[in-house]
Write a protein that binds this ligand. Structure first.
Ligand SMILES: Nc1ncnc2c1ncn2[C@@H]1O[C@H](COP(=O)(O)OP(=O)(O)OP(=O)(O)O)[C@@H](O)[C@H]1O
Ligand SMILES: [Mg+2]
Length: 361
């Protein structure tokens, strides 16, 4: 196996150069951004586990079989022959597309339970939850995305209309397997929605252990996943508390807009009151969102955030129109606009969260 990197969007594709038809010059079209580019066999990177000597041998073998490129003085080739000597774009493109899903399965030591939370609304919680989950799934991890919001936006963003979800699991009407849908390869969804309002009332009425309701319901199934990502609602209610009694890591998206610092400091206060009762949950990542490099204000807020929370701060996610367009097509940013700056920013965040800088996605 060999890795071909798209020069435009940096997407990495695994291909088997041994399968490239003999005697063909090679060009590839990136499945992610559609960019067409020539491929120089000698410059290809073998992926881990590939024998470098073998790649070189195969490259030499193929190079020797490539027909010489005709000079301007060479008489024109007959049409049939010309067609035969065209670069093998389609065959290589097919290879790239076929081989992309073959990324090796990834494994974490234990299930990582990450809550994407901030009481303030519209800061990018759902956008981050969906794209972080989708990206980890693309990289080969098994991911469960749980939507704890009555708005039910996670399913909409993934283009799904599930008949059941978290409500049915928490009320015991369905088992976790029955309540969960497969949204993409490696990505499962426990959907939110309006019915969760009723569940909050049921939890409120419990005399004992109300804050553990979600943990108990998920304890039978969550070991099957490498990551459980939880999209939370704005505000602070019984379900938010349940999430913070279940998760072990917290990722906070902070919009680089007015009032964001105040929203963050209020959330930190609420979190410290949870800490008195549950020490296993901790803030891990602060992800600045809506970064607009053309204006000064977001950069000033980012600077301030870096000063205050240097150990948690991640690289900002840039403002990009594609984020608001993608959900209406039911697509993640990696499906809708994989080459856009926002997609590249999320890829970087995914590598940081997975603690693997070499992650292919
Ligand atoms: N980096 C970005 N650039 C541009 N638009 C974005 C970006 N991130 C998110 N958006 C858009 O901003 C809006 C709010 O984002 P999102 O729904 O993710 O926020 P939220 O925190 O989940 O909101 P709520 O608190 O209501 O659940 C959405 O329309 C989304 O598409
Ligand atoms: Mg949301």
């Amino acid at each position: 196996m060999t890795v071909i990197v798209c020069p435009k969007c940096s997407k990495q594709h695994r291909v088997n150069i041994a399968n490239i038809p003999e005697g063909k010059r090679i060009a590839a079209r990136c499945k992610a951004c559609g960019h067409k580019f020539p491929v120089i066999l000698q410059q290809l990177m073998p992926d881990s586990g590939t024998d470098m000597a073998e790649v070189k041998k195969q490259s030499e073998l193929l190079k020797n079989k490539v027909p010489p490129i005709s000079s301007p003085n060479t008489p024109p080739l007959p049409e049939a022959k010309k067609a035969a000597e065209q670069p093998a774009i389609s065959s290589v493109t097919e290879q790239l597309q076929e081989q992309q899903p073959e990324l090796p399965a990834k494994k974490t030591e234990t299930t990582r339970r990450i809550s994407v939370s901030l009481s303030k609304g519209g800061v990018g919680k759902t956008t981050t939850s969906v794209n972080l989950s989708a990206g980890l799934a693309l990289a080969g991890y098994k991911v469960l995305l749980i939507d704890t919001d009555t708005q039910g936006q996670s399913a909409y963003n993934l283009g799904k209309k599930p008949g059941a979800g978290l409500t049915e699991l928490l009320t015991g009407e369905l088992t976790a397997e029955e309540a969960t849908i497969e949204a993409r390869k490696n990505l499962w969804l426990l959907a939110g929605g309006r019915s969760l309002a009723g569940v909050k009332r049921i939890i409120d009425k419990k005399s004992f252990g109300a804050e553990w309701t979600m943990s108990e319901a998920l304890s039978q199934v969550d070991h099957k996943y490498d990551f459980v990502i939880i999209d939370t609602s704005p505000g602070w209610d019984q379900l938010t508390i349940n999430v913070l009694f279940y998760a072990t890591e917290i990722l906070v998206p902070v919009a680089l807009q007015v009032m964001s610092l105040q929203g963050l400091s209020e959330f930190m206060k609420s979190l410290s009151s949870i800490h008195k009762y549950r020490q296993d949950v901790s803030l891990k990542y602060i992800v600045p969102t809506f970064m607009d490099t053309r204006v000064k204000h977001p950069q000033e807020i980012f600077k301030k955030l870096k000063q205050l929370y240097s150990q948690f701060i991640c690289k900002p996610i840039r403002y990009n129109e594609s984020f608001s367009e993608a959900p209406s097509y039911g697509k993640t940013i990696f499906e809708f606009a994989p080459g856009c700056n926002g997609a590249l920013d999320y890829k970087e965040l995914i590598r940081k969260v997975a603690q693997d800088e070499t992650l292919l996605l």
